[in-house]
Design a protein around this ligand. Structure first.
Ligand code: BJW
Ligand code: ZN
Length: 247
């Protein structure tokens, strides 16, 4: 349906959603872009401009320079605390659906979606890099500055506390991945929103639905490697398109 006019695409998507019995919404960083959260592959700005996100989001980077990596995540956590869910998050919260997100922010929860599945962890769940025990979440409303910050130490084993996110080369939380695959396999409609579709195994989630015969609707201003799996490709921003197709 790639060649459908924009209006016909919106109407086809709205019909699919209205008729869906088991609906999944799968989201990536573009979902939160209009809230003011930079996407993962956006160029970093300010003091972070000389770093590459893909290189900071690794266990090796944390081992080499824990203060640099902890400072980057704390800066991002504080940014997320200052922004609000957008009209796209709110439209998703009105749907009876399972939300599977790659995002480490909490904007789906704050919009009212119940128990979104977080495939890549959370900015708000730090844990010990040694014993794995959860650490106290840093106080809300931190300094807000950019740059390195020394991570706290674990109160049980004194190892450094690390962000509770999934870095490259690490395995995804088993329950989250299993829950996401099960929901995608059982979905008759899946909406994939704002993801570049290049990071695995998450990028398999929409493909699971398509391969099982479900319909995949994609919302993204840009083409992605997921295009061939989609029954409807809507080239537009999440906060504009989602409210239009959620009636
Ligand atoms: C808008 C918009 C608007 C803009 N509205 N849209 C198979 C093949 C090749 C490699 C691998 C493979 N399997 C595994 C790998 C290795 C690796 C991987 O996938 N690498 C690829 C990059 C090649 N995967 C892993 O390492 C994973 N672990 C794993 O597989 O374990 C087993 C294993 C271990 C060792 C060896 C082999 C296997 C773990 C992946 C963890 C990813 N973690 C991150 C960081 C989380 C913490 C943090 O945020 O810092 O998760 S990476 C980053 O990418 C983040 C995101 O969740 C994820 C996806 O990014 P996303 O959300 O798609 O964002 P962007 O920025 O890429 O795209 C934004 C999109 O929005 C764009 O398309 C825009 O157009 C669009 N957009 N404005 C709508 N307003
Ligand atoms: Zn510990």
């Amino acid at each position: 349906m790639d060649s459908l006019s924009a209006e016909a695409g919106l109407s086809a998507a709205a019909d699919l959603i209205a008729g869906a019995e088991r609906l999944v919404v799968f989201t990536g960083a573009g979902m939160s872009a209009e809230s003011g959260v930079p996407t993962f592959r956006d160029t970093l700005t300010g003091l972070w401009a000389r770093y590459d996100a893909g290189e900071l989001a690794t266990p090796e980077a944390f081992e080499r320079d824990p203060a640099l990596v902890w400072g980057w995540y704390e800066w991002r956590r504080e940014l997320v605390e200052r922004v609000r869910p957008n009209a796209g998050h709110e439209a998703v919260a009105r749907l009876d659906c399972t939300v599977v997100t790659q995002n480490v922010d909490d904007l789906h929860e704050r919009a009212g979606s119940k128990k979104p599945i977080h495939l890549h962890g959370s900015l708000f769940a730090p844990r010990c890099s040694g014993c794995g025990k959860p650490a106290d979440a840093p106080a809300v409303g931190g300094a807000g500055g950019e740059g390195p910050r020394t991570p706290p130490s674990c109160r049980f084993c004194q190892s450094l506390v690390r962000p509770g996110v999934v870095w490259f080369g690490e395995t995804l939380p088993v329950a989250a991945l299993e829950g996401a695959v099960e929901a995608a396999a059982g979905a008759d409609v899946l909406i994939t929103v704002g993801t570049s579709g290049v990071v695995y195994p998450a990028a398999e989630i929409p493909q699971v639905t398509a391969k099982r015969g479900g319909a995949v609707i994609q919302i993204n201003p840009q083409p992605t490697p997921l295009d061939p799996f989609c029954a409807v490709n809507l080239r537009g921003p999440a906060a504009g398109v989602l409210p239009e197709i959620v009636r």
